[in-house]
Design a protein around this ligand. Structure first.
Ligand SMILES: [Zn+2]
Length: 249
């Protein structure tokens, strides 16, 4: 089986170094990974990762809704310079999180700005969305042609809206802990699925770091719930990942 880890924070691991993670990932069929960043200092670290492993690590640059305070005025200009410097880069992660921050205005403005940049530069958008189904109604029309709702554990209603607008849904181990697990995993079309670990954060065991090497087991468990063959599902999702990461309008 072949995989792309479409969402990992390679710069955030405490226990393993990136070289070891990548070596082990390759041995487990992982052909590449999208290394995601969350605020300006983090962009620098992810740029270093992409520079160190140019044929393996695809960078993503974005301002995460948890870290809005780490961005100084002009952050969006700086973000554009990263997009220009890395023509293969995705935009993210960014989004809306009502659990962490109930106030709408600033989150909305910053998310909107990044959706606009994704459209301007023809980049796929990586979206973090937590308990914001109502807020999202204001944004569907602004989303670029390619977007993913990463770490999806939402409702079937939200899933429907994403699918209808041509979006992708990214799954990591957190879906296996969700009460929506069966309802979502049995219903989502294989063509819209992406796999990720959100490493080091969303492993099978809470509190222990997860690396991309956990993807084969994740696809086995998802295929089991869907009642399908892991190899077939992994093959389809690998194709989806390549399609998703293609740059251009
Ligand atoms: Zn993440």
């Amino acid at each position: 089986m072949q995989f792309i880890d479409t969402h990992i924070h390679l710069q955030d691991f405490k226990l393993n170094c990136a070289t070891d993670i990548i070596k082990e990932a390759r041995q487990n069929g992982v052909a590449g990974m999208v290394c995601v960043s969350s605020f300006p200092e983090d962009w620098m670290r992810v740029a270093d990762m992409a520079g160190a492993f140019p044929d393996y690590v695809i960078p993503a640059f974005g301002l995460h809704p948890w870290y809005l305070d780490r961005a100084e005025p002009g952050w969006e200009v700086l973000l554009e310079t990263y997009l220009q410097r890395f023509p293969q880069a995705l935009l993210g992660e960014c989004g809306l999180d009502r659990l962490k921050n109930p106030s709408y205005e600033r989150q909305a403005e910053i998310f909107s700005c990044q959706a606009g940049l994704a459209a301007k530069y023809g980049r796929p958008l990586i979206i973090h969305a937590v308990r914001v189904d109502a807020w999202l109604e204001n944004f569907w029309a602004e989303l670029p042609p390619k977007f993913v709702f990463h770490s999806f554990t939402g409702s079937r209603e939200l899933l429907n809206k994403i699918i209808n607008r041509g979006g992708y849904v990214g799954f990591n181990y957190s879906i296996l802990r969700s009460r929506h697990k069966e309802n979502v995993l049995k219903f989502v079309p294989a063509e819209r699925m992406l796999l990720e670990t959100d490493g080091p954060y969303q492993g099978p065991l809470r509190g222990s770091e997860v690396t991309s090497s956990a993807l084969p087991e994740l696809v086995r468990q998802i295929a089991d719930i869907r009642g399908g063959i892991p190899e077939l599902l992994a093959g389809q999702i690998y194709q989806n990942s390549l399609e998703f990461m293609k740059i251009g309008k």
